[in-house]
Design a protein around this ligand. Structure first.
Ligand SMILES: CC(C)(COP(=O)(O)OP(=O)(O)OC[C@H]1O[C@@H](n2cnc3c(N)ncnc32)[C@H](O[C@H]2O[C@H](COP(=O)(O)OP(=O)(O)OP(=O)(O)O)[C@@H](O)[C@H]2O)[C@@H]1O)[C@@H](O)C(=O)NCCC(=O)NCCS
Ligand SMILES: Nc1ncnc2[nH]cnc12
Length: 291
């Protein structure tokens, strides 16, 4: 008889989804070289963030993601009770994140996007194509959480000032930046023979070409947003991050965004959402009969 049980513990669906959400956040943080964002090279345009903090923040969110998946399994349908449970768990997740980071906002947008997607995936595990999962997430995001506080967030301030759609609307529209740009680019770059890291960088850049990133707008206004969108397009037009021309453009974009203090934190969150959806779409041993 063995002194230890060597059988791997069988994880519940909620635990596996929480693992995948945290993995997506850690993969996003580690991906390098991302323009003006925290990565393995350094802190990008940030003075209060670093890679260790991004990792600690991602890990602190595991209980919230698991609880969101469990809530979806318990309620079993899209409706106000589930939406409001997700809101409460999301706010508790934000509090856990801020306690871990000493008050620095590392992943607010990611809690929102991945929380909705985790719940949407748990609701119908056998229906895991990205378009189906994001549609369920959108239906959840469209419901009005009566207990949501109404703070004058950075996103709300720039939405009012520039008339743009922010994180809330991105989810309510079923994540067009992810399903229409990030995921297709990820697949195109892989199919063209790019390595996985370059394919992921290209997916991030594809998201950056059109996203109204309220993080960039708050920090660097419209000139910052234009620099982000045009610069990302220039990298992809030059052949993407796996090409020499694309690499030069990427370096120039990194320098320009750092000089403008324009960190595309919203695009980074959506890349994490893209990596999460890619994982569940590909199965990764999670769901028996995918699609
Ligand atoms: C609905 C909420 C998302 C709140 O949205 P709102 O726009 O009102 O609030 P923000 O606080 O501005 O947070 C939105 C964050 O979403 C990311 N983001 C930005 N643009 C987009 C976009 N177009 N599409 C998708 N996502 C976007 C972005 O997050 C990243 O940036 C964060 C850093 O931002 P900021 O605090 O502004 O940071 P700094 O400039 O560095 O500030 P200082 O240094 O000065 O402090 C970083 O965390 C990234 O994550 C936006 O910040 C939602 O949060 C909400 O309602 N929550 C309540 C709970 C709930 O219902 N949860 C549901 C669980 S499913
Ligand atoms: N890698 C990153 N750097 C800065 N802000 C972020 N928000 C989410 N991911 C980020």
């Amino acid at each position: 008889m063995h002194a230890f049980n060597l059988q791997p513990k069988k994880l519940s669906l909620a635990e596996r989804l929480a693992d995948m959400a945290v993995d997506a956040l850690i993969d996003e943080a580690d991906l390098s070289p991302k323009p003006a964002l925290v990565d393995r090279r350094g802190n990008g345009a940030h003075t209060d963030l670093h890679l260790g903090l991004m990792h600690a923040s991602a890990l602190s969110l595991w209980p919230a993601f698991k609880e969101m998946a469990d809530a979806a399994l318990e309620y079993g349908e899209i409706g106000l009770p589930l939406r409001e449970a997700l809101g409460r768990i999301g706010r508790e997740g934000e509090a856990a994140m801020l306690a871990t980071t000493d008050g620095v906002n590392t992943h607010r947008g990611a809690i929102w996007a991945l929380g909705l997607l985790v719940a949407a995936a748990a609701l119908e595990p056998e229906s895991s194509v990205a378009s189906a999962v994001t549609l369920r997430a959108a239906r959840l995001a469209l419901l009005n959480d009566r207990y949501a506080p109404n703070p004058f967030s950075h996103g709300a301030q720039v939405a009012q000032r520039y008339g743009v759609r922010g994180a809330r609307e991105e989810a309510q529209l079923a994540f067009p930046a992810v399903t229409g740009l990030g995921l297709p680019q990820l697949k195109r770059s892989r199919a063209a023979g790019a390595g996985e890291q370059n394919a992921r960088l290209d997916a991030l850049l594809a998201i950056m070409t059109t996203l109204a990133d309220t993080c960039v707008l708050y920090r660097a206004g419209e000139p910052g947003l234009q620099a982000m969108q045009h610069g990302a397009k220039a990298v992809l037009d030059a052949g993407g991050s796996a090409s020499l021309g694309g690499r030069r453009q990427l370096h120039a974009l990194d320098q320009q965004l750092i000089a403008m203090n324009a960190s595309p934190g919203g695009a980074a969150d959506l890349l994490a959402a893209c990596l999460f959806l890619d994982r569940i779409e590909r199965g990764d041993g999670l769901f028996p009969g995918v699609c």
